[in-house]
Design a protein around this ligand. Sequence first.
Ligand code: PLP
Length: 375
Amino acid sequence: MIPIAKPYLTEEEAQSAYDTILSGWVTQGPKVEEFEKKFCEYTGAKYAAAVSNCTTALHLAVIAAGIKSGDEVICPSMSYIATANCIRYAGAIPVFAEVNPSTYNIDVKHAESLITGRTKAIIIVHQIGMPADIDAFQKLCSKYNLKLIEDAACAIGSSYKGKKIGFHSELVCFSFHPRKVITTGEGGMIATSNEEYLKRIKLLRQHGMSVNDRLRHESSKILFEDHLEIGYNYRMTDFQAAIGIRQLEKLDWIVEERRKIALRYIEELKEIECIRLPVEEEGYFSNYQSFSIYLKENSPVSRNELMQKLLDSGIASKRGIMTAHRETAYKNEYSSVKLPVSENAADNSILIPVYIPMKDDDVNTVISKLKEILN
Ligand SMILES: *Cc1c(COP(=O)(O)O)cnc(C)c1O
């Protein structure tokens, strides 16, 4: 069986976690701080705060951006559902924008058409690792005085116009779930260029506590904490951070290896007439967190038939990126929302295997099976 994805973890990560567990400091402490520092060095972000996952990162980003109950926030429906959920956690209203059919990234013109007097922010998503047009959205947001949040859950190691994702804007949220390019089991990071946001996020991730555990632990004077506002427990543990530090060291190599597989897929599959492949335009550099294939109307098989035929040949695949507005949690409230481009893309695309290390033989098997079924 060829799986769809697999985390790349070695003895080194296991050893780092082991050493950290035995150090006696297991939750947010020196390793988290080191991970944040190295994350900034890697991405070029000014500041970073590690949290328990990307969903909590997004929640804190939404709060830091000042989004409140009743505000509207524009985001793509075609994304993992956490993008929309984080808006709801703050009592605000997700307003769903269309995507560009060739990149699945949020469509700037449609997003602009949805701006009202109640719009406070836009969340862009770098879909399955392909950067969205950050410049266009920065311009749009400054024109209408909106906050911009990047959901970069899948985009660690991707770049936009020569700079790593995490560098560009005030609030960028990452995931270290095993399905992403590097992992800490569960984990997230908020990169920010705004020191006030950083302070607030660091406060909110540990119950709004004025003094952190480590400071109190290391102080030679007695210290009492106050809880300055209603916060959350969104901390990352130190042994997760220790794994993350090792993963970060391998990230450029992992991305390079993933791109070799993706570029082979593109080279070999571009002849197939009934599919559309990912497009990486000038200035865009994807980590290929996933590789998506879109089936055109002239495909000899339906999407589900293709997935079944692949499975019958021992190849795992997944449906393409979902749409939030058609999930049970949203569909009643959003029954009048029609997003034909997103719906069509979600219903007619699949993700095919990309992981490290993937044997050449397995890449060849995927290619030849797809050719056999689709030609
Ligand atoms: C995976 C993912 C998330 C959620 O990340 P977690 O770390 O699992 O909370 C959010 N947004 C997008 C686009 C994702 O792909």
